[in-house]
Design a protein around this ligand. Sequence first.
Ligand code: ATP
Ligand code: PH2
Length: 503
Amino acid sequence: MSLDLTASAGYSSNGKSPIKTHTVYLALGSNVGDRRANLAAALQRLREVVEISRVSSVYETEPVGYAEQPRFFNMVCAGRTALSAEQLLAYAKTIETALGRRPTVRNGPRPIDIDILLYDDLQMHEEHLTIPHPRMTERAFVLVPLAEIAPELIDPSSGRSISELRDALPQDGVKKLADNLRVPLEHDIQNSRPAVHVRLGRVGVAGLQKAILLGSDERAQWFQVVFDLYADLDPVRAGVHMSRFSEALEEVLDEISLMVWPRVEVLAEQLARRIIERQQVLRAEVHLRTIYPLQKWTPISGRPTQEVYGLLAQAVATRKGARRLVGVEVEGMVACPCAQDMVHSLARVRLREEGLPDEAIEKMLEVTPLATHNQRGRALLMVGTQELIDAHELISIAENAMSSENYALLKRPDELYVVNKAHTHPRFVEDVVREMLRAVIERYEHLPPDTFVWASQRNEETIHKYDVVAEGWGTLAELRAEIREQASLEHHTTREEWLKSIE
Ligand SMILES: Nc1ncnc2c1ncn2[C@@H]1O[C@H](COP(=O)(O)OP(=O)(O)OP(=O)(O)O)[C@@H](O)[C@H]1O
Ligand SMILES: Nc1nc2c(c(=O)[nH]1)N=C(CO)CN2
């Protein structure tokens, strides 16, 4: 769906600007508490400031220096940071403190130790910071893991490669423990058989939120998008891996943002396709919703007002392909024609009883807005197509189908305008849906006959304790046949049928 952000409030650019970064090598060690968890926690906190690209295996090592202490877990990592060496050291110290490190004897036991080994080709010798790390070349617990990820790297102090330096040291106190920090898991419960052998139609995560830049390269804006992601589940699998839904989302967001600013329905479709791959299922379904703010003006006083609409997309993918719908959610005002007609009869009777002549009564009834009960209505209008649909057009179709648009801001003359407009355009909930369908076939003359349309309206009744609802749907071919040629079709293609007919 195209979004014209010139009319939209809250414009911002993506603000990407190149930042100078530096290559760093860091050594991590722990010999107190849960050593694996300490290394993992330190690494995770380092990721806040270092874009970590390589991580060595984990080694269990004999203590060096002060022998009367538990064995260490050691590892090294490499990455890029925008911090200066001093800032990085300060940050590393905050991590050490946060993970429970307290002052102890030199080379003594500690939950975590983070040393800066190398920082670009920098060589510095200050009391508080020496780079390359002054004891690096004599420590097998540093050089063995470092040589694993960067054997050819040259130590700028000695001019020798890391693998050469490692080979010059005895390494018997350094044993590789594991390739990474993962704890080996014994079972994959999700892939086991369930107690009851039956297929489930939709299993997944709902209400997953992300901030996403939508629009075009020239004009993009952050939207808070809420996703519901589902897969079907075959009868022999106990469960889906829920984390793979968010993984699929992260991957797709990454890929799309590198190419173009995505349209929401393209995002929904790509995501549904990715879920098929990641979950290894036959069918995936994606729903997403975001609010869409537009800059409008009040009808008479001309005040600027930000009006908020909903932007929706839905996609279904199977192994054969995918289908998608895009749509809007619009609030407005709906005045009831039935109650207004009754008020009309009552007014005529009362005016006659007051002795007014018939001709005057008819004129009065013609020009005076007559009372009726009115409600806040919510229209949903969705179109199933691969073509680009303009969000503004769908919004104005839905808004015009109601008795009047409503506003977040109304001064008194505007209020009168809205009330008068609504009372001169009374509509049943059914009328609103039919109006939307009529306007869609007129506006989208050029779209192919198998394009799908779904319209619904829900009015919060003021005189009842319930809401009234109407829904209509069908392909453009079906809707055109009825609206234009007055055909009466017994069945319209449902959303499920349309989504199912993926080639
Ligand atoms: N490259 C470096 N990386 C980390 N700390 C350094 C470095 N160069 C100097 N230091 C200084 O060394 C001080 C002591 O460091 P740390 O507490 O890690 O000592 P240690 O672990 O007992 O011994 P070692 O420094 O031999 O590993 C730090 O406060 C820091 O100011
Ligand atoms: N095996 C091993 N020994 C050490 C370590 C370490 O990380 N591993 N760190 C020390 C002080 O930084 C002192 N001794």
